[in-house]
Design a protein around this ligand. Structure first.
Ligand code: NAP
Ligand code: G4F
Length: 323
């Protein structure tokens, strides 16, 4: 039985990836913060129904010793490093903790694997945020990076660390440059979930308005389950490499809101209020990915389109509120 170690198992992607790998017969190990084990009801909600099937180890991305110990104990065949401070807005408020956690965490786990499990295949959760002030549209593997946030900078460093452990130490290490991917398990602070829950609450009479920042920003939004499949495929290849994963379609935040409200029979203009305080000090204006390489080499294709994604998220939030 193959063993996999997942950092960030309590997050959106960690929860879906665990299910995918359990279904494929893997022994799934996850690293969680110690406080999560003390308060599983709140902190482990995304993996509640698979808690009996996965093995959790306490550890922090801030502690080399804790990561080293888990890697040494598990000796995984594959490691998906998804753990990170992943909220871009927050990275402007606390750039030091974002940069420390994200860069050091990636370095610590790579070094632990090099020393204790050098045959382990490694996946790094790189990001389209690395393209920042984009140099071309659409963005592909060869597009230069110009990050526009402390988070983006931390992901460029993680990308370079991963590539360097591949080139310098011969690790099977891949970067998945994933564009935004969403789902009913997305965190509430991200704009898609804020909109889907906001529209559902207004529909149910639980809220009167929804305050949003930059409505003109464009994102290439896909479905998280499709993107976890791509992560898995990257580690099944004969050679390690870096891949862009995206739908190739881009939409504004305004279009997302328009469709979400329309789906519940409302006009977004009656409820969405623009709030200047939610604008970022530096914005990434337009993301649109070209996943031709992944399509050709991994045989990967997204299955859920923009309209399907918006409807799915709003429907799930309506159901959740009913309960
Ligand atoms: P998420 O829901 O925010 O999950 C982040 C995970 O990292 C959580 O499990 C969190 O644990 C863990 N974590 C954060 N700080 C930690 C620390 N100091 N020690 C241990 N664990 C820590 O993120 P996601 O959407 O699943 O994304 C997964 C990864 O892909 C992230 O690295 C993100 O930056 C990257 N990414 C995401 C997207 C996207 O659109 N979703 C696109 C490109 C790249 P707690 O539950 O304890 O906080
Ligand atoms: O949903 P967001 O916070 O996602 P963002 O910043 O694109 O980052 C996400 O995707 C990255 C991949 O490119 C990941 F690496 C990262 O971890 C994360 O998952 O914001 C999307 C857009 C931004 O342009 C933002 O300015 O929506 C705009 N926006 C407008 N009003 C808002 C809001 N964003 C948030 N979070 N909240 C608002 O009220």
């Amino acid at each position: 039985m193959k063993k996999v170690l997942i950092t960030g198992i309590t997050g959106q992607d960690g929860a879906y990836l665990s299910r995918l790998l359990l279904d494929k017969g893997y022994e799934v190990h996850g690293i969680v913060r110690r406080v999560a084990l003390e308060d599983p009801e709140h902190r482990l909600w995304r993996i509640k129904d698979i808690l009996g099937k996965v093995k959790l180890h306490s550890g922090s991305l801030e502690s080399y010793a804790s990561l080293f110990d888990v890697v040494a104990k598990v000796n995984p065949d594959e490691c998906y490093h998804l753990g990170a401070q992943s909220f871009v807005s927050y990275s402007f408020e606390d750039e030091f903790s974002t940069i420390n956690t994200n860069i050091n965490g990636t370095h610590y786990i790579l070094s632990s694997i090099k020393n204790k499990s050098p045959k382990c295949k490694f996946y790094f959760a790189a990001s389209s945020e690395q393209f920042g002030q984009v140099k071309e549209v659409p963005q592909k593997e060869t597009t230069p990076f110009h990050p526009r946030s402390p988070y983006g900078i931390s992901k460029v460093a993680g990308f370079d660390l991963t590539r360097n452990y591949r080139e310098g130490y011969g690790l099977f290490a891949c970067n998945g440059i994933l564009f935004n991917h969403e789902s009913p398990m997305r965190g509430y602070e991200f704009v898609t979930r804020k909109i889907s829950m906001g529209a559902a609450k207004i529909k149910r009479g639980l809220s009167k308005e929804l305050r949003l920042g930059n409505l003109e920003a464009k994102r290439d939004w896909g479905f998280a389950v499709d993107y976890c499949e791509a992560m898995y495929l990257m580690l099944q290849q004969d050679e390690p490499d870096d891949y862009v994963i995206a739908t190739g379609e881009t939409h504004t935040v305004k279009e997302f809101a328009e469709l979400a409200f329309k789906h519940v029979g409302l006009d977004w203009k009656d409820y969405v209020k623009k709030d200047e305080s939610l604008f970022r000090p530096a914005e990434v204006h337009e993301l649109k990915g070209d996943a031709s390489k992944a399509k050709k080499i991994l045989g990967w294709q997204p299955k859920v389109n923009f309209e399907g994604l918006v409807r799915m998220m709003v429907d799930e939030d309506l159901k959740r509120l009913k309960k």
